[in-house]
Ligand binder design. Structure first.
Ligand SMILES: [Fe+2]
Length: 524
C-alpha cells in the first residue's frame, strides 16, 4: 500500500502541527512543548520559531512514525497584519518539510471543517465566529459532506468585543509571574463571573451598539463609566479595573447582549438542520447552552473549537473525510515516559487498582492523571486531568489553591452518559465541556464543588468506549470533578517530570501515570 501522509501548520495563538497518516490523525499543540498557554509562533523571532517547529517535528516523527516527505503541506491563510512574518515562516518551513504540494487555506473555512467533520451529523448549518481571521469574523456555511460558504457577515468581532470587557474587571487575574499572558484566555474567565451579576436594563442599548459598531465609546455613554472609551483603551487596555457588583453586572449584561445579537444574526440561516459551531466564540458554554435550548438537542461543538483546531481543519480540507472523525485523544504523547522508572524512583509506586483509587477519592484526596496521548483543545478531558470527589464542600478552594485559579471560576463534572439526566437537567450527549445545563435541585447541595453559583455545571458525559478509565471509576463515584492537569495558567502538562513536580510542590495527593499509582514522596 502506498503510504499517504499530509501535514498542516497553524502559527498564531493556539499554534499547532497536525498530521494525517493513512486516515489517522495526530495534532501537536505547540504550547505543550514551550509551556506557554495560547502560544503563537509569530510572537518569537524567525529563528526561534523554526527551532520550535523542528523540535516539534522531531517529537512527532519519533512518536507517530512519520517520514521525511509529505503529499500535501497546508499553511494558514493570513491577514495583512501578519502577512510578512507568516510568509517568511512558510518559506523557512518549506526548507524543512518536503511536500509534493503546498496549499494556503482560509481561517474560518478551516474552523468550519474542523467542527463539521468531527460532528456526528452528515449535514448541518455551520456557524463560525471568533476574534478575526483572514476571511472575516462571522461566517455561515452549509455542510452536506462538503462545506459550502453561504455568507460572510460584516459585523464587528464578537470575540474581541466580548473579551474587551474582561480587561477592565479586577477579579480576572491578568499578570502571573510578572508576565502579561496572551489575552485570548480572559474571555473564558469572564464567563465565570456572569452568574454573579445582574443584567442592567439601562445598559442594554449601549452594549447593543457596542456589538454593532465595535466601539467602546458606545458603552461609555450607556454605563457612565468614563474610563471605558476607545482612547484610554488603545493606550492601555487595562486602564481601569472595576470590581464588585458593578463588575459582575458588566459581565452579565455583556453576556446577555452577546447572546441576543448572536441569535439576531443567525436567525435567518437556521433551518431544520443541526447546528455546528466553530471558531473561538464556541468556547462560550453559556451561549452554547442557549442555542441547545432554543433549537433543541441538535448542536455540536468540538473540543478544539478555537484556533487550536485550525491545523486539523486544514487537513480535513486537504483530504475530505467521508465519515465522522474522532480526534479526542490524538494530542501530544507523554514525552518522557521512557524515563519513568528513574523519575519515579524516590516515590512509592504501585499498580493501579481502581477500587483503591475510589476509596482514596472518597477520603477527599485529589488525583493527577496522565495517561496515553493528550486530549485535543480546551474542552476535552480525561488523559491530562485532576479528579476528585465533588461532594466535599472545600474541594473547590483546595483545587483553586493548587491551580492558582480565580475564586469564581466553576469546575466541571464528568458523569456516565446513562446518568446525565439523573443528576442534571440534560438529556443529550456532551462528550466535551461545551454546555452548561442546571444541576438537578436535589443534587446541588450534595455536589457543591461542581455546582456554579447559578446552579449550572459544565457537564462532560462519558461512555466506556470513550474513556474506559473514567467510565469504570464513575461506577462507584457517580460524579467526579474533572479539571485540566495544569497549574498557574500554564498549558496542560505533558511530561511525567512536570506531573511529579506538581505532586511534590502542591497539595495534590496522588498521581496516576498510565497504570501506576504514585504516592507523595516520604520527603515531601
Ligand atoms: Fe479563529
Amino acid at each position: 500500500m502506498i503510504e499517504k501522509c499530509n501535514i498542516s501548520f497553524y502559527f498564531q495563538h493556539g499554534a499547532s502541527i497536525s498530521i494525517e497518516k493513512n486516515g489517522k490523525y495526530y495534532t501537536f499543540e505547540i504550547e505543550r512543548l514551550v509551556k506557554q498557554r495560547y502560544f503563537s509562533l509569530l510572537s518569537v523571532s524567525k529563528d526561534e520559531a523554526i527551532k520550535i517547529i523542528a523540535d516539534s517535528l522531531k517529537i512527532m516523527k519519533s512518536h507517530y512514525g512519520i517520514g521525511e516527505t509529505f503529499d500535501v503541506c497546508a499553511f494558514p491563510g493570513h491577514t495583512l497584519r501578519v502577512q510578512f512574518k507568516t510568509l517568511v515562516l512558510i518559506e523557512e518551513i518549506k526548507k524543512l518539510v518536503h511536500a509534493k504540494k503546498y496549499v494556503l487555506l482560509d481561517h474560518h473555512l478551516s474552523h468550519a471543517a474542523c467542527s463539521a467533520y468531527q460532528s456526528p451529523y452528515t449535514k448541518g448549518t455551520v456557524i463560525s465566529f471568533d476574534g478575526a481571521g483572514n476571511d472575516g469574523r462571522f461566517n455561515i456555511y452549509k455542510f452536506d459532506g462538503l462545506i459550502e460558504h453561504i455568507k460572510r457577515l460584516e459585523v464587528p468581532s464578537f470575540g474581541k468585543c466580548y473579551r474587551q470587557i474582561s480587561f477592565i474587571l479586577e477579579d480576572i487575574k491578568k499578570d502571573q509571574g510578572g508576565k502579561i499572558k496572551p489575552m485570548v484566555g480572559y474571555a473564558g474567565k469572564l464567563m465565570g463571573l456572569v452568574a454573579y451579576g445582574k443584567i442592567r436594563k439601562e445598559w442594554i442599548e449601549g452594549f447593543t451598539h457596542f456589538y454593532k459598531t465595535g466601539s467602546l465609546n458606545e458603552l461609555k455613554s450607556a454605563t457612565g463609566l468614563e474610563h471605558v472609551n476607545e482612547e484610554e483603551f488603545k493606550a492601555n487596555p487595562f486602564c481601569k479595573q472595576y470590581s464588585g457588583q458593578l463588575a459582575y453586572d458588566l459581565a452579565a449584561t455583556n453576556q446577555f447582549v452577546f447572546e441576543k445579537e448572536f441569535f439576531k444574526l443567525v436567525e435567518s440561516y437556521v433551518d431544520n438542520d443541526p447546528i455546528i459551531i466553530s471558531g473561538g466564540c464556541g468556547l462560550n458554554v453559556l451561549l452554547n447552552e442557549e442555542i441547545r435550548k432554543k433549537y433543541g438537542n441538535k448542536v455540536f461543538v468540538p473540543p478544539n473549537v478555537d484556533d487550536s483546531g485550525i491545523s486539523l481543519g486544514q487537513l480535513f480540507l486537504v483530504n475530505v473525510p467521508n465519515e465522522q472523525i474522532d480526534v479526542t485523544y490524538c494530542g501530544a504523547p507523554i514525552l518522557d515516559l521512557n524515563e519513568f522508572d528513574s523519575l519515579a524512583s524516590d516515590y512509592e509506586v504501585t499498580d493501579l487498582d481502581l477500587n483503591e483509587v475510589s476509596f482514596l477519592l472518597k477520603q477527599g484526596n485529589i488525583f493527577g492523571v496522565i495517561r496515553g496521548n493528550s486530549e485535543v483543545g480546551p474542552r476535552a478531558l480525561g488523559n491530562r486531568s485532576m479528579i476528585c470527589d465533588p461532594s466535599f464542600p472545600g474541594m473547590k478552594d483546595k483545587l483553586n489553591k493548587i491551580k492558582n485559579r480565580e475564586w469564581f471560576r466553576p469546575f466541571a463534572p464528568v458523569v456516565r452518559f446513562e446518568d446525565r439526566n439523573k443528576y442534571f437537567e440534560f438529556d443529550y450527549e456532551s462528550r466535551f465541556m461545551s454546555f452548561s445545563p442546571k444541576v438537578r435541585i436535589e443534587y446541588r447541595e450534595k455536589y457543591p464543588s461542581i455546582t456554579h453559583v447559578d446552579g449550572t455545571a459544565r457537564i462532560q458525559t462519558v461512555k466506556k468506549e470513550q474513556n474506559s478509565f473514567l467510565y469504570e471509576l464513575l461506577g462507584s463515584m457517580n460524579i467526579l470533578l474533572n479539571t485540566s492537569f495544569n497549574v498557574n495558567g500554564n498549558p496542560m502538562i505533558t511530561t511525567v517530570k512536570d506531573a511529579l513536580d506538581i505532586l511534590t510542590t502542591t497539595s495534590l495527593d496522588f498521581l496516576i501515570v498510565q497504570d501506576k499509582l504514585i504516592k507523595k514522596s516520604k520527603n515531601t
